[in-house]
Design a protein around this ligand. Structure first.
Ligand code: TRP
Length: 509
């Protein structure tokens, strides 16, 4: 007997929890600022409507229709696509290994918040004292034990959250979704009531329309949408496979996407209002105080927390608690998707899979706890999101868009023998759309087929190729070719090989 969600709310919260993560706070506001400010909302919405939501519907309906985790669900479309499912999970696994390390930093910073231990020079504290960062990726140096401890703590929490699969997940997500929302609202209120906040918000939202002409801005929007909704990782397919037969598909997809989007947008308010305050207090322009992801969360935010007029350490604790609860359900969604897939195919014991997963991922994560950790984190992050993820996105659309079986069409014909309209629509994917619509109050039209079959693969494909050309011109982020190869291409090659091995290995009935 397969597990199913206790209630619709459990499923929706789990799916939202997977989507909402560190990305909404430390990635979206920054990506938005760096890609045209308010104008970025245009490519972002376009990407959401043409790729995010359609693929979310695709993943929900495929998972629901086949009722098996991602590799098997894709494999049911055509046998070889199972490889794609495993590859998607592995890309997520790659992300998880460093994501958990960032959460390990959060655990440390939660402790530092109590007495604002980062002191006056938060930048030097983070890079020199806490990470003890080396000069280049190849200078690995020793591991930082406090970070290893944080990493271990994170994995213990993750494994506990998926202990009995969706049964436990369905309960845990009530806390891991609602707590960060409440904290986020508190932080937004605190932020916008500080002097200078409006200047920060103006900065966040003032559109620079010239940015729309830059293809990189569009790439950023599409990859942010994929990353943020956790689509293309096999997670949403797997979560949807645990739905009871009578569940809704399309509504849920819209609900999850908008909830995620609203959180990102609100996250921007929490971030930019305090940046405005920071600028106001120091006299620097806002443009000088905005920095990238980890810098924002672990240098800029702590600086601002120390400046707050009252209850500074309370806000520090709240901020890092928010990051932890935000991140944990993204991390365990992927682990659960991976565990459920392995259990489904190889019929292993859940307890062994859970613990095995935690140990392997934790050990891989050790590389990011070394003195060169941040460099590797940066390289792997970039490659997973800009190559791995986009490739899965394209291939998944291709697989379902062009190969989805006729079975549903045939069933439909049996059920409604007089409706000939189905034969006037050549696309096989129509079968899946009909299925999704039959399960939903709110139905989707042919635009959905169009997005899945043409628009998403073409746009993402163009973005992918232009990006490859960039990499041919120069290595990512000014790192050496060697580091780029090890942290980027090699990881992807290894994942392909492992995906093929998992596919070839015989499952147990
Ligand atoms: N959606 C998450 C966020 O916005 C990030 C994420 C995507 C993720 N895929 C993942 C995290 C896989 C861990 C594993 O932050």
């Amino acid at each position: 007997m397969r597990d199913i969600w206790e209630s619709r709310t459990s499923f929706i919260l789990a799916s939202i929890g997977s989507a909402i993560g560190l990305g909404n706070i430390w990635r979206f506001p920054y990506v938005c600022y760096a890609n045209g400010g308010g104008a970025f909302l245009i490519p972002y919405f376009v990407a959401l409507l043409t790729a995010g939501i359609p693929i979310m519907i695709l993943e929900f309906s495929l998972g629901h229709r086949i009722s098996r985790p991602a590799p098997m669900a894709l494999g049911s479309v055509k046998k070889e696509f199972e490889i794609l499912g495993w590859f998607a999970l592995l890309i997520g696994f790659g992300i998880c290994t460093y994501y958990a390390v960032v959460m390990g930093w959060c655990f440390n910073y939660l402790g530092f918040s109590v007495n604002l231990a980062w002191g006056q020079n938060t930048e030097s504290f983070f890079f020199n004292q806490f990470l003890k960062i080396s000069d280049s990726p190849m200078q690995i140096g020793g591991v930082q034990w406090m970070i290893v401890l944080g990493l271990a703590l994170t994995w213990i929490c993750v494994i506990a959250a998926i202990w009995k699969g969706v049964k436990t997940v369905g309960k845990v997500v009530y806390f891991t979704v609602i707590i960060p929302w409440v904290i986020l609202i508190v932080l937004v209120v605190r932020g916008i009531t500080l002097p200078g906040a409006l200047e920060g918000l103006r900065f966040y939202l003032t559109p620079q329309f010239s940015a729309l002409l830059d293809y990189k801005v569009w790439l950023a929007a599409y990859s942010q949408v994929f990353f943020s909704l956790t689509i293309g990782f096999g997670v949403q397919i797997t979560y949807a496979s645990f739905l009871p037969k009578k569940a809704d598909v399309v509504n849920n997809a819209f609900l999850v996407s908008f909830a995620n989007n609203a959180t990102s947008f609100l996250g921007g308010f929490a971030v930019f209002s305090v940046l405005g305050y920071y600028a106001h207090q120091t006299g620097l322009p806002v443009s000088e105080v905005v920095k990238s992801g980890p810098h924002l969360a672990f240098v800029t935010y702590p600086t601002i927390i120390s400046m707050l007029p009252f209850a500074a350490s309370i806000f520090g604790i709240l901020f890092f608690l928010m990051l932890l609860t935000l991140g944990i359900d993204s991390a365990f969604s992927l682990v659960e998707a991976g565990a459920a897939s392995v259990i489904d195919k190889f019929k292993l014991k859940r307890i062994h899979v859970n613990i095995g997963f935690g140990i392997i991922a934790g050990l891989v994560g050790i590389i990011y706890t070394t003195r060169s950790g941040l460099y590797w984190l940066d390289i792997v992050d970039y490659f997973m999101n800009n190559y791995g993820l986009l490739v899965v996105g394209i291939l998944q659309c291709f697989a379902v868009g062009y190969f989805y079986s006729h079975k549903d069409v045939q069933n439909y014909v049996k059920e409604y023998p007089h409706d000939r309209s189905i034969f006037s629509i050549p696309a096989k994917i129509v079968g899946l759309r009909r299925y999704a619509n039959s399960k939903s109050e709110f139905t989707v039209g042919a635009w959905w087929d169009f997005c899945v079959k043409y628009l998403t693969p073409i746009v993402v494909g163009i973005l992918f190729i232009t990006n490859i050309f960039d990499r041919i011109k120069s290595p990512y982020g000014g790192y050496s070719r060697w580091a780029e190869f090890l942290g980027g291409w090699l990881v992807i090659i290894v994942f392909i090989v492992v995906a093929v091995i998992l596919y070839k290995k015989k499952g147990r009935e």
